[in-house]
Design a protein around this ligand. Structure first.
Ligand SMILES: CCCCCCCCCC/C=C\CCCCC/C=C/C(=O)SCCNC(=O)CCNC(=O)[C@H](O)C(C)(C)COP(=O)(O)OP(=O)(O)OC[C@H]1O[C@@H](n2cnc3c(N)ncnc32)[C@H](O)[C@@H]1OP(=O)(O)O
Ligand SMILES: Cc1cc2nc3c(=O)[nH]c(=O)nc-3n(C[C@H](O)[C@H](O)[C@H](O)COP(=O)(O)OP(=O)(O)OC[C@H]3O[C@@H](n4cnc5c(N)ncnc54)[C@H](O)[C@@H]3O)c2cc1C
Length: 665
């Protein structure tokens, strides 16, 4: 097969230093070097092959995933990889499996909620993978409403133990990843009941599920997989599980006791910390999901951009070549805002990581003041970025026309793997309602002179923002960060204030929350979009080296903001932040920005530095050699192993003969 770069011409048009942009995308030169090394390590190892995933029956698929996870662990030990390198290796192995829950939830939960003693006991076992853990919170009948969980942990003072029990079918644990077939231990969320029969609400407990000798469930434990999920391959590599307890006894010291304790005498002691810290692992994971959203979106956009540059339709003159579909304004209008969103989510993810680290340090110093904001930001941005990413993967599939529907485009499996992100770690609507509560609380405190800080600081300028009108007079006026910020702040303020005013008409606030939920969600979305826009603008204040790099990011930042403005025109115009004329100028400016993105589009997706292995897409191949490889791939399908298919003699031949006989009659 010829070895040419079909996209070389596209790459030669780039007006910026791609190698420097790769470093901006990775976050630092060090991060770039680690990701680059780990992605190549995985790509060159045949055990991490994944092109056959959608064709394997579940049992084979699952066994193969176990093999890969074991191999990944072997390589991590052999190469003495650091924690950072190991996590990148797992990321590029690119197959959801139990290790994500072990490292991503079980270990962080013990770190966050365990006492020093408990950490000393459990963490070394978990670090060496001598035990494998999962996070068992959700139940068959209860997911979003954590306070509604039914599993009980009743203290027995006679034996100094907790008795873990599933009182109803609805209380069966349902969904935890890694639980179905692998985990030996789980962090189990259960209602704490002490001798006085008082219910102290949900707490976390470490429970051993399976024998460390023969992997059989321990007495009183019923455990299994919940069954096949959406799509082929995809998330079916994960053993999401079900779990029931029949009066299972665990020692008292297996309740995670950093936040609250039960003494030997059965006394409940609450440390001087907010009870919401028991939800801390969810805050941590939501923050990582935002960073993951930019990766998944970038992956889909990389495939759609490269393919749009390869694909040609219409426009041939005098027998010449047809037009590259990326040159159609409609294609640009659908694709370039997604490219801009990938960068926007990357930077907001970076900032959220900083916010999370900051709040963690404050918590250690017993400063809980920024916890509500950290909760609102992680919940809101998790919701916003995963919703957009899930929708955008599907849009990228459509941008690739018919070929996008082929498994080998990589997009169907990416979609199937990604969409549950809108549900797990908090349903996206439920999370936006949390943001709305936070906003309503902030607005209600304004009259008392309380100065909002952090991401709600803009609400402190409520009087100005309720009245301001954009000064834009010509299209280029939109290319000004303060002009853009002001309209996003004004829109978010006006939507929040309108909700607060409507809420005040209800005698009972909770009734108002139920009735106005749809408006509240819109106000929360406006607030979250403002955060993303403002963090992109803040990123551009940094010193960013490399020829043309900052200019490209500036263009993408305006594409991101002006496209949002266009999509939510109703909000911006109805709240009087901008006039219809200014909206139309924003649209003119957006079109002209697309022309600036166009020559750089392929280089901008090259900057993600994804290997062909990670992309697993024929349409997104680095060399753009799409048609020969699609043709080759078709012949690899098991259906093409024989010229005449199995079933011909039973079903096709008799049918044809019957039709022939009927015709003769
Ligand atoms: C092609 C192949 C590609 C392969 C790719 C492979 C890679 C794939 C990508 C994989 C990436 C990641 C892997 C992820 C694995 C997924 C694992 C999933 C795990 C889970 O889902 S675990 C279960 C998660 N469950 C939830 O999130 C439940 C959601 N519900 C809640 O959080 C709460 O119930 C609630 C917040 C909705 C309500 O809380 P509640 O206490 O009942 O009520 P309120 O009265 O509303 O709140 C009281 C006050 O508490 C504040 N609060 C609430 N939550 C928090 C918090 N977390 N932190 C701080 N404060 C909080 C709330 O604001 C209230 O405050 P106030 O009193 O108003 O001041
Ligand atoms: C792939 C996958 C992996 C998972 N992994 C884990 C895991 O490892 N551990 C674990 O414990 N759990 C896990 N979960 C469970 C997950 O956390 C829950 O599914 C999630 O929290 C949503 O809860 P739910 O399923 O109860 O949805 P529900 O709350 O029943 O939502 C159903 C519908 O009701 C709406 N709704 C619910 N409440 C409200 C409200 N107050 N106001 C307005 N609308 C509302 C929602 O928006 C949604 O449209 C996983 C789930 C999936 C899909």
């Amino acid at each position: 097969m010829e070895d040419v770069d079909h996209l070389a011409h596209e790459r030669s048009k780039a007006q910026f230093d791609v190698e420097e942009m790769k470093i901006v995308w990775a976050g630092s030169r060090h991060a770039f070097e680690v990701t680059d090394r780990m992605s190549r390590l995985v790509a060159s190892d045949p055990i991490f092959r994944k092109d056959n995933r959608t064709l394997l029956p579940r049992k084979e698929l699952f066994k193969n995933t176990l093999r890969k996870a074991a191999h990944a662990w072997k390589r991590i030990i052999e190469l003495r990889l650091t924690e950072e390198e190991a996590s990148k290796l797992r990321f590029f192995a690119d197959e959801p499996n139990f290790t994500e829950l072990h490292w991503g939830m079980f270990v962080p939960f013990i770190k966050g909620q365990g006492t020093d003693e408990q950490q000393k006991k459990w963490l070394p076992l978990a670090y060496k993978m001598q035990i494998i853990g999962c996070y068992a919170q959700t139940e068959l009948g209860h997911g979003s409403n954590v306070q509604g969980l039914e599993t009980t942990a009743t203290f027995d003072p006679l034996t100094d133990e907790f008795v873990i029990h599933s009182p109803t079918l609805a209380s069966s644990k349902w969904w935890p990843g890694g639980l179905g077939k692998v985990s030996t231990h789980a962090v189990v969320f259960a209602r704490l009941i002490i001798t006085d029969d008082r219910d102290y609400g949900v707490h976390g407990f470490i429970v051993q599920l399976r024998s460390l000798d023969d992997h059989l469930p321990l007495p009183g434990i019923t455990v299994g997989d919940i069954g096949n999920k959406f799509g082929s391959g995809a998330y079916n590599t994960m053993d999401n599980g079900l779990l029931r307890f029949d009066n299972v006894r665990i020692p008292r010291d297996q309740m995670l006791m950093r936040i609250s304790q039960v003494t030997r005498e059965g006394k409940y002691v609450q440390s001087n910390v907010p009870r919401q810290l028991v939800y801390g692992t969810m805050v941590y994971v939501r923050q990582t999901i935002v960073a993951d959203a930019s990766c998944a979106l970038a992956r889909a956009v990389c495939i759609a951009t490269r393919y749009s540059a390869v694909r040609r339709q219409f426009g041939s003159q005098n027998g010449g070549v047809e037009t590259q579909v990326i040159d159609y304004k409609t294609q640009q209008n659908r694709l370039f805002p997604l490219l801009a969103s990938a960068y926007a989510f990357r930077f907001v993810g970076e900032w959220l990581k900083w916010l999370y680290t900051d709040v963690t340090q404050r918590l250690q110093a017993k400063d809980f003041s920024t916890l509500p904001e950290a909760h609102a930001c992680t919940a809101g941005l998790k919701s916003l970025t995963t919703t957009v990413t899930a929708d955008s993967i599907e849009e990228c599939r459509k941008l690739c026309g018919g070929h996008g529907y082929l498994s080998c485009s990589g997009l169907p499996e990416l979609f199937a793997v990604y969409i549950p992100a809108c549900t797990y770690e908090g349903d996206n609507v439920v999370l936006l309602l949390q943001v709305a509560r936070f906003l309503m609380k902030t607005v209600s405190q304004l009259p008392s002179g309380m100065k909002p800080v952090g991401t709600t600081a803009y609400l402190g300028r409520v009087e100005d923002l309720m009245q301001c009108h954009s000064t834009v007079k010509k299209a280029e006026d939109w290319l000004n960060p303060s002009v853009v910020l002001e309209v996003f702040e004004a829109r978010a303020t006006r939507l929040s204030v309108a909700c607060a005013q409507n809420l005040s008409k209800f005698a009972k606030q909770e009734e108002g929350f139920l009735e106005l939920a749809a408006d509240l969600v819109e106000a929360a979305v406006a607030h979250c979009q403002l955060i993303v826009v403002s963090k992109f603008i803040e990123k551009l204040q940094e010193d960013i080296p490399g020829k043309g790099v900052k200019e490209q990011l500036q263009t993408l930042c305006y594409v991101y903001a002006l496209n949002l403005l266009h999509k939510h025109l109703g909000d911006f115009v109805a709240t009087g932040c901008i006039t219809p004329k200014q909206a139309s100028l924003a649209n003119d400016q957006l079109r002209s920005l697309y022309s600036q993105v166009r020559p750089n589009a392929v280089a901008l997706v090259d900057s993600f530095n994804y290997t062909d292995h990670y992309l697993s897409s024929i349409l997104g191949r680095y060399d753009g050699n799409v048609y020969p490889k699609l043709y080759e791939e078709a012949w690899k399908d098991p259906l093409n192993e024989s010229v005449v298919p199995d079933g011909y003699h039973e079903y096709i031949r008799p049918l044809l003969k019957q039709q022939l006989r009927n015709a003769r009659l």
